[in-house]
Design a protein around this ligand. Sequence first.
Ligand code: FAD
Length: 418
Amino acid sequence: MRVIVVGAGIIGVTTAYELAADGVSVAVVDRRTGVAQETSFGNAGVIAPGYVTPWAAPGMPGKVLSYLFKPNAPVVFRPSLEPRLWRWLVAWLGECRAERWRTNKLRMQRLAFYSRDRLHLLRARHGLQYEQSQGYLQLLRSDKDLAMVGPARALLEENGVPCQLLDAQACRTLEPGLSPLTPLAGGLHLPEDESGNCPVFAAALRRDAEALGARFRLDVLVHSLVVEGGRVIGVRIGRDLYKADAVIVCAGADSVALLDPVGVKLPIWPVKGYAATVTLKPDAIGPGRALMDEAYKTAITPFGNRLRIAGTAEISDRALTLREAPLRTLIKVAGDWFPAAARWSEAQYWVGARPMLPDGPPLLGATALPGLFLNLGHGSTGWAMACGSARVLADLVTGKTPQIDLDGLTLQRYRRLP
Ligand SMILES: Cc1cc2nc3c(=O)[nH]c(=O)nc-3n(C[C@H](O)[C@H](O)[C@H](O)COP(=O)(O)OP(=O)(O)OC[C@H]3O[C@@H](n4cnc5c(N)ncnc54)[C@H](O)[C@@H]3O)c2cc1C
């Protein structure tokens, strides 16, 4: 069986690995010269399955409106006139109801916990090193933030996810580098969550996939999917047709450009996020684990001797342009907690587009077009859901039964779509 994977982000690389491990002849194609060079490149690196949650949540529309005129807002709404965005927003609003949020969250968590198990298995199998660290601490600046963490904590406990609510002193003992000058009401510690550098992992797994026979054709743009006799028979690159028994689209936020012309219309919108990366000073006490400043929804993650600071959800146009305001917020947050840990003026900046579906869970598996499969729409938690999604795809493509229930994770939830 020959399979083409379109896209060498974290989703495409893990999918190719699993197929190659099953003995499938797999070729990955990507327009970039390396793997994980787009959204998978600059993410916060957090793998927190218990905390995986849809952005369509009760109270979110009100929050978005309240952020409209605030500096340092974690959510930025600068709508373009594209009808697709407005349709996405209407669908997103419909998913903000409490019962929809709960259903979507549980679907995402089912996949995320499975993904973490698969990640650990791959790490043990290949001895992968990707600047990983253990644990996740949410920093709650005010009593209001502390009170708001209540429902999420209850859900974590209901699902048996170990977590501890810490007072400020206990947070500072766990993270001695935190500045004493920045007010802190407490924190939620998730000792079993973790973090790691996504593109470093992708590059390492690519080598293992190649050792199993997977081929990577990089620096090539897929112009279209090729349909013949009612099925997808391959992809067109320039004038050439590359044939396969199955094509898996893992093209992140740009998947729609390939899927629209073959009649698979998906409500994916690129929700932008920003990151800064900076080297720690040699004597600095940086964080020992990934931190999340809840007030600014900004993550601070240690990658070896560097810090990655990432955040902001910007619902606007498609242009990946660095904007000053969100970058200032990242540096403000990092500087609040670790003022002397780095030369902040030397930070390297990045912007990426989360491939976001309105409800939250990704889309895995077959379409109505024989030969065409999807592994996309992982939104803000694609790194946390990659290894499990990949295994599910490999099982479906090779006719095996996936190890998790796929209810709510396939195209069936958009019944009106092909
Ligand atoms: C600021 C920020 C912070 C984040 N933090 C986290 C986090 O802490 N934890 C977490 O789990 N997730 C996080 N995410 C989300 C995560 O990064 C994404 O969900 C994930 O990277 C999506 O992976 P992907 O492979 O689907 O997309 P991508 O990485 O974008 O890969 C898609 C690939 O398809 C290729 N492609 C597209 N179209 C074509 C074409 N026509 N021809 C050839 N190639 C094509 C692109 O070149 C690209 O390489 C964050 C995202 C952002 C922006």
